[in-house]
Design a protein around this ligand. Sequence first.
Ligand code: 8X3
Length: 252
Amino acid sequence: MTDTPIAVVTGASSGIGAATARRLAAEGYEVVLTARRAERIEALAAELTDAGRAARAHALDVTDRAAVDAFAAALGRCDVLVNNAGGALGMDRVADADPGDWRTMYEVNVLGVLNVTQALLPALTASGAGTVLVVSSTAGHGTYEGGAGYVAAKHGAHVLAETLRLEIVDRPVRVIEIAPGMVRTEEFSLVRFGGDAEKAAKVYQGVAEPLTADDVADTIAWAVTRPPHVNVDLLVLRPRAQASNTKVHREA
Ligand code: 8X3
């Protein structure tokens, strides 16, 4: 076994996950990229390897517990787990929301984090200085109209992180939560609005500088690379133009 620490990143096929994988690879981690879309993570792993970084890809659906367990068994060592896989579906009000969308959001944003965290906790503990990081959202800390399904799921992810930190305080594993606000990525809003590019673009309309995936990856890398006794419990980051979930400055 080499001394290179291993960082697993879920949802590494695009956006914050891909940016985080790039960044942690540059920080000297061997990154294990996971996502459902094999071609995307294989391409990114190849790009990183060609650039002299240590990276490999493993296709994984975090909601498939048997697949997650098999992944963990094959992995062996794990020093850092970045639970990034997640997403929003729809902006429907409670009165009209689709329960199927809510179920899917709970599955990926909460049970996905639970599955991978449970499966990798023994390896993270065995590392002697493990880190579980949960990419939640400002939606995990306050609500907004049309957001209830996603907000409820992200509150679940926040509660999971906060509770786990209490429960494993006697283990050498930190639990970090990073809660980003408005981040402009190629897919988050597009997926939320079922591929409607116009609706997706409106989310960021007039906002001077939404956060980028690299901004969030930078924050994740900072938190992960603090000395092991330093636990960044929770870090909320937003673009300057977003003062709260419902207060966003838009230029005409
Ligand atoms: C994304 C932030 O405001 O779309 O996690 O819920 S928001």
